[in-house]
Design a protein around this ligand. Structure first.
Ligand code: HEM
Length: 208
């Protein structure tokens, strides 16, 4: 009852979540460092323009709330750190960026912005399993290369609860449908963006 919006988002995107989780298959035991780096680069290419687009939809009163949740800087740091570990240089801004019109979800109201944000905020929950798995598998030094998946670290639970409260308090009931469609659209566009490159080897030019 308390969080009708959040229950709807969870139920109505469950299929999308399973599909994406299976497509990424990040918990597998044969994940290679190159594959992981390529995936982070691809995430960066979606998350950076997505944050600019959604941030622009936020009213002034929610700017700080949104800004403290930005994750593109974590991705950029992970990509740079992993490149440094292997003696390379990385320039996240040179990576392909999703196009706001062609590749990102269409957002028409604050309900849509929160529905889309639900997907990115929820990913921090799965990250609690992914971050330690990747660190162990790829033998990463502490706080190197997995800060995106580690998200808010020990604050993950409280940040998630605060997101839920703010979403429920901000989105009017008349926009619940809009929030759900935006969440589905976000899962689908993210999967399309991430997976269009997964079938082909990374285009890093480092083919050996
Ligand atoms: C690929 C590996 C992934 C795994 C293994 C995974 C796993 C999980 C798990 C275990 C939860 C529930 C955590 C809890 O209730 O404490 C969760 C929640 C969630 N994940 Fe994922 N996830 C993955 C990827 C993603 C991605 C890439 C996204 C979106 C960008 C995402 C979005 C969400 C959302 C929105 C929720 C919240 C569901 C809710 O309670 O409303 N997940 N995930």
């Amino acid at each position: 009852m308390q969080h009708t919006l959040l229950s709807r988002l969870k139920n109505d995107t469950a299929v999308c979540h399973t599909r994406l989780e299976n497509a990424l298959d990040l918990m597998r035991d044969d994940l290679q460092r190159d594959e992981y780096i390529a995936l982070l680069q691809r995430f960066y290419g979606y998350v950076a323009p997505w944050e600019d687009a959604i941030g622009a939809c936020m009213p002034a009163s929610l700017r700080a709330f949104f800004d403290e949740r930005r994750k593109a800087p974590l991705l950029a740091a992970d990509i740079a750190d992993l490149a440094a570990l292997s003696g390379e240089r990385a320039a996240p801004d040179a990576l392909p960026h999703a196009d706001a019109l062609a590749d990102l979800p269409r957002i028409s109201d604050i309900g849509g912005a929160f529905g889309s944000m639900y997907v990115m905020e929820g990913s921090t929950l799965g990250g609690r399993f992914i971050a330690p798995h990747v660190a162990r598998l790829l033998d990463l030094p502490p706080v190197i290369g997995n800060t995106y998946f580690d998200g808010y670290g020990a604050r993950t639970g409280s940040m998630w609860n605060a997101f839920r409260e703010t979403a429920a308090a901000t989105v009017p009931e008349a926009q619940y449908d809009s929030a759900v469609s935006a969440a589905i659209d976000t899962f689908e566009t993210l999967q399309a963006w991430l997976c269009s490159s997964l079938e082909t080897p990374a285009t890093s030019g480092a083919a050996a």
